[in-house]
Design a binder for this molecule. Structure first.
Ligand SMILES: [Zn+2]
Length: 463
């Protein structure tokens, strides 16, 4: 029997089309999904969109269209963006999908049946201009970002609450006794210390948000965020019989919800917990946060048009914000592309192909597989180190050419050297499959044998 491997990303909120800042986590998940497929695991890779709530309702109203029409457009655009980067998800789930709505309602009732959901008063800040509650995180200088001249009011509303406080000890023990539950460990310790400061119940419904999943036993309410969005993982996992997820990949803005709320909710409704939560950091662009208001939003497809999908994939996977925040610039991307891809990998492949072609070299294809070191690095989620390690191997192969000078050799000695070089290139092609799928395929096709011919450059230089 094959192992099942179920991997998810956070689902993107649909008040706007995703930008390049959202792409890092999709790439990490994509590498793991491709890797597990290649190792023979029965792999399930889920991504999608979080489509309910007030902000979507408002963005749609600003455009004068219905929320559903609005999110249909965003979801379609997002899918195009992920396609440009070759994100190989198996399902793109939308929280407006019927199976999800049904499942979220069932989950809510299961949790309620255990006594973990109760009606109480929610006290929050309300903006008269928006006719909506504001989250603390929405405020800019203590005011609504859309109505900075109106003082937000304190209002009280009836909400359903989830009894998170009941799971204080459960969550503490989970985080303390399962170091593999959160990667990297620094995040686990950070979350644990937050948990120890005391967990408070959180609200799971709203009375005045119409664009949402109705609370099944109280139609005056709609389900609020977490009991809608997080459930998407389970909707698909239960359908495909692949729950629990092996790994949830998400940004640090989402870590508390996934590491605290989610396990408590699952325990409450009687489901197993996911095995690992991989939390990544953020990147800024030229020292600035990427945001619409700063006017520096770039879509992944715009970068792909210039650097190719694999050019973008390489840069983020090698230099992305895995363990800490990083600042990137497009100059750096161009520099890395030219150095590591055009000159590095691309040049090496072209050189070896040319040597084989001119000498009429022929070889018999042998079975190749994963490098153990690469395997280890991926099992420890060190995507950056895996590529760094592979590039060291490429460098050594380059050095081998300089050392052996095959252009000055002939006969058996030449054959022996070329055999070594061809094997190294084929191994690179094989091991690059999860990271740079298009390039890997080109290499493996070009170096299939018995004869090898020169081809177009893998990575044309960029000015
Ligand atoms: Zn407002």
């Amino acid at each position: 029997m094959n192992n099942k491997f179920y991997i998810t990303t956070a689902i993107d909120y649909t008040n706007d089309v995703i930008h390049v800042g959202h792409s890092y986590q999709k790439l990490l998940a994509d590498v793991l999904a491709r890797y597990h497929r290649l190792t023979g695991d029965e792999t399930y890779f889920l991504t999608g969109t979080d489509e309910h709530g007030q902000k979507v309702e408002k963005s749609a109203a600003e455009k004068g269209i219905e929320p559903k029409e609005f999110v249909d457009k965003i979801a379609k655009e997002n899918k195009k963006e992920w396609k440009s980067l070759n994100i190989s998800y198996d399902r793109f789930i939308r929280t407006t999908d019927e199976d999800h709505i049904k499942f979220a309602q069932e989950f809510y009732l299961k949790s309620k049946a255990t006594g973990d959901i109760y009606l109480s008063k929610y006290e929050g800040l309300y903006c008269e201009g928006c006719e909506a509650y504001l989250e603390e995180s929405d405020l800019v200088d203590g005011k609504c970002p859309f109505h900075p001249n109106k003082e937000p009011q304190k209002l009280v509303e009836e909400n359903y609450f989830f009894r998170l406080s009941k799971y204080q000890k459960f969550i503490e023990e989970l985080l303390e006794n399962n170091p593999e539950f959160i990667f990297p460990d620094s995040k686990r310790r950070e979350i644990l210390s937050f948990v120890k400061s005391g967990l408070r119940d959180f609200s799971v419904s709203r009375k005045n948000v119409r664009w949402g999943i109705p609370v099944p036993d109280d139609q005056e309410h709609t389900i609020y965020v977490w009991f809608d969005a997080l459930i998407n993982y389970l909707t698909y996992g239960v359908e495909k019989n692949c729950w629990p997820a092996n790994i949830h990949v998400l940004g640090k803005d989402n870590q508390r919800f996934h590491a605290i709320f989610w396990p408590a909710m699952l325990k409450s409704a009687g489901y197993e917990l996911p095995k690992t939560i991989l939390v990544h950091n953020f990147f800024s662009l030229n020292g600035q946060k990427i945001s619409k208001s700063l006017g520096n939003v770039v879509r992944p497809s715009e970068l792909v048009a210039k650097y190719g999908a694999d050019g973008v994939r390489y840069f983020f996977l090698r230099h992305g914000p895995l363990l800490g925040d990083v600042d990137i610039t497009w100059d750096k991307l161009t520099e890395v592309y030219n150095a590591d891809l055009a000159n590095g990998l691309g040049n090496l492949v072209a050189r070896v192909a040319k040597l084989c072609e001119t000498s009429g070299f022929e070889f018999e294809e042998q079975k190749i597989g994963w490098y153990d070191d690469l395997d280890d690095k991926l099992k420890n989620y060190r995507f950056d180190e895996a590529l760094g390690w592979l590039w060291e191997v490429l460098k050594k192969t380059d050095q081998l050419i300089e050392l052996e000078k095959p252009w000055a050799l002939s006969g058996e000695k030449l054959k022996e050297v070329l055999e070594k070089l061809v094997l190294q290139v084929r191994l690179a092609g094989y091991n690059l499959q999860p990271f740079l799928p298009e390039t890997a395929e080109k290499i493996l096709v070009q170096f299939k044998g018995p004869r090898i011919e020169s081809g177009a450059p893998l990575f044309p230089r960029i000015k």
